[in-house]
Design a protein around this ligand. Sequence first.
Ligand SMILES: Cc1cc2nc3c(=O)[nH]c(=O)nc-3n(C[C@H](O)[C@H](O)[C@H](O)COP(=O)(O)OP(=O)(O)OC[C@H]3O[C@@H](n4cnc5c(N)ncnc54)[C@H](O)[C@@H]3O)c2cc1C
Length: 303
Amino acid sequence: MTLEQIPDLEISYDINLAKYTAARLGGVADLVAIAHTTQALLQAAYWAHQHKIAWYIVGGGSNILVADRGIRGLVILNKSRQVHIDAETGQVTADSGVGLATLARRCMANGLKGMEWCVSVPGTLGGAVVNNAGAHGSDMASHLVSAQIVDFTYSSTPTTWPCEAMQYAYRYSALKGQHQRYIVLSATLQLEAGHVPEELNKIANEFITHRKRTQPPGASLGSMFKNPEGDYAGRLIEAAGLKGYRIGGVEVSRVHANFFVNVDNATAEDYAQLIAHVQKTVYEKFGVHLELEIELIGEYSPT
Ligand SMILES: Cc1cc2nc3c(=O)[nH]c(=O)nc-3n(C[C@H](O)[C@H](O)[C@H](O)COP(=O)(O)OP(=O)(O)OC[C@H]3O[C@@H](n4cnc5c(N)ncnc54)[C@H](O)[C@@H]3O)c2cc1C
């Protein structure tokens, strides 16, 4: 089967990825396929695998920094969006391309408690499963029962991974950073049934208010670095005197120093230089190595 023959897949060539990433930047991908179903997602990856073409899955693009020179190969944009909610048992099964915040709202409307923390976390369910996204004291690991995953090392047939197989830790899973290998097709979550939607909304709205007060608006990637054990990356960056520090069009936020905001047509290279500068400065001042939470993908210059 050719790529064009795969149902529910829209193909285009030489597409600038800026509009598909939260930082609103990034170069051109040779080939972009928008997958509207999990079947299309799997078939597109399988096609690339068979033709030995590099492939990358992009969900909301909210945790990736795409290189200015772009991506050679196939970018599969995941728009698979089936959701099944069982309001009585609290079990929810959704395609990996569903927006995390949209899913949270639907769960809350059905009286299911557990996903309020992610009403303002951008991205897809798949990206959240891969990154063990979390906020306000909760995370994916707390709710995931299992996920349908393909591991191309062994086969193109999906298998069910129980939550334990993900090896979850803080913003980490066994799947993270493993391009051309894994696809998360769907995930099953266990939530608490029987709650009053208005009360869940109230909790979620408090989280949103807190975010608006503590995080900057504008194009960014959320937290750039993981919090080091027993400390906060933002606190260290601020204590190093870097709030407001700018390279090219990107600036260390004056509201929250772990956010780097694209204030004026920043390039990925601006970001890469700011990342290196912040890591070096924090290391020199405090002896702490800040580990990236976000992922750099595409053709970067060797460091
Ligand atoms: C303003 C802002 C606030 C944020 N706040 C938070 C927060 O509070 N907590 C938090 O944890 N994160 C936060 N983030 C980061 C981001 O929202 C999460 O990491 C999110 O889960 C990423 O999902 P995504 O769909 O955008 O992933 P993408 O950025 O599209 O992809 C991330 C990685 O996952 C892989 N991937 C995506 N989908 C699949 C799939 N179906 N199968 C296999 N691999 C896949 C990609 O190939 C890539 O390697 C924030 C980001 C922004 C911009």
